[in-house]
Write a protein that binds this ligand. Sequence first.
Ligand SMILES: [Zn+2]
Length: 414
Amino acid sequence: MKKVLIKNAVLDNKNTDLLIVNGVISKIAPCIEDLEAKVFDVRQKAVMPAFYNMHTHSSMTLLRSYCEDLPLFDWLNNIWKREAELTAEDIYNGTRLAILEMIKSGTVFFADMYWFHDAIVKAVESMKIRANVGICFMDSLGKDAINANFDYAKSFQKSEGSLVDLGIAPHAIYTCGKELYRECFEFANENGFLFHTHLSETQKEVEDSLSQTGMRPVEYLDSIGVLNDRTLAAHCVHLTPKEAEILAERKTTIVHNPCSNMKLASGVFDSEQAIAKSCRIALGTDGTSSNNNLSMIDEMKFASLLAKVHYANPQAGKVNDVLQWATVNGANAVGLNAGEVKEGKLADLIFLNLDNERLVPNNDLASNLIYSADSKCIDSVMCNGEFVMWNGVVENEQEIIETAKKYIRDKKRV
Ligand SMILES: [Zn+2]
């Protein structure tokens, strides 16, 4: 049995201790004593749930600030050329850089979609956080590569202590035909994998879908039977009320990516409609080349402010809604009993420095976290009961940054 005792945390403005047993919060109370536990004194840091980044392409950190100010399809064409040059080693190093950034900004889980999934799995395991590594499928890969992806997924075995699962991730309706979608969905269902796709991101996608299938994107995917409660649908910017109802009925999780949607001018996700229709909503950063960072703190602020501006209503994008999208809703979407600081929940936690100038005065911590904080307010981060950042320091961070810089030098980009 592995026990960790956290002394002197602040929860809901009260001083408390937390006892964590085998990665689960087992007791929250003042003055806990346990002689078997390893003790960490957090010295009056506020404890909050960590973040779950539900849609990203982690190793695109290597393409950060490359190719700016273009609409989605022009941008994609440029990005795909650069991506073709990436090796498995690049992906490993790019993912480590992404995870460093995520840990520093309080994220302990990400749902990924990319190539070289084996390199991504190794990077996540080396940094001891959680991830769902989505294996990206497109028709253009060809039958052999598609079958090799399924074979990899079928034979995948976690190493000991690994917090990584795989996902099956057909890229989008404009890169995957009906057959591939169905094949991916059946495989995911039969083998218990998460199903993850881009959906209804741009107006062009909607128009093409209407002209090719006579249906809008959500209607089309529903008609071929690939939406369920193990599906993550990234973006969902252009939804009719009927499409929102379909997603709610299927219990599909919509992943809202406000920064990426704004940066690529894809449109505004209708969050009020989705809330009214009882859709499941989580939050993601998308990749760094369309964001350009992986901070869920920033993402929450953009999500909230975008909703307020879009509806000209200060009551849209409420603090508690946005915080739930970034925490418990994401955890629930992948079946993790986490995202809240409560007994019985997984110990995925952040500890905030209440002396940081951005958190003073502390009239409302959740509000401060969304509208005022940046990643420097986060002192320590715990994933599954283990600190992955302690007092602002992540293991090997200098080496991770130097290796990523070297990739850029080698590509003669500076
Ligand atoms: Zn994406």
